[in-house]
Design a protein around this ligand. Sequence first.
Ligand code: RB5
Length: 142
Amino acid sequence: MIAIGSDHGGYELKKEIIKHLTERGLSYKDFGTDSTESCDYPVYGKAVANAVASGECEKGILICGTGIGISITANKIRGIRCALCHDCFSAEATRLHNNANILAMGGRVVGAGLALKIVDTFLDTPFSNDERHIRRISQMEE
Ligand code: RB5
């Protein structure tokens, strides 16, 4: 199950991503927002991060205007490794090296075409399980 959420700045891109997840046959839980009406990104960043941290959802996707505020919010929740990615190289690397469990993007930064490739890269790349990366991730939690 993939947790997904956005503020108003990410709402249109979130709709595209949900359509894409549905086409891929992937299940998701949408934590809002439900329109382009102005709202506060921490509400949605926390909801998705808590769903991932609790184990309710395996991974998360967060979108705000830039992806910055919502990723900062998510990273304040213990156990969350939220990566702000606007290219496929970073999306692949953050899965391989950081075992990132949430992808953040900016709906005002990337177009839907690139965003969907980034989503696919993030969801389809497994963690490397390399000892050095496991060690570094453990150090984050100390
Ligand atoms: C909302 O205008 C905007 O500040 C928000 O979507 C995000 O970019 C914050 O980091």
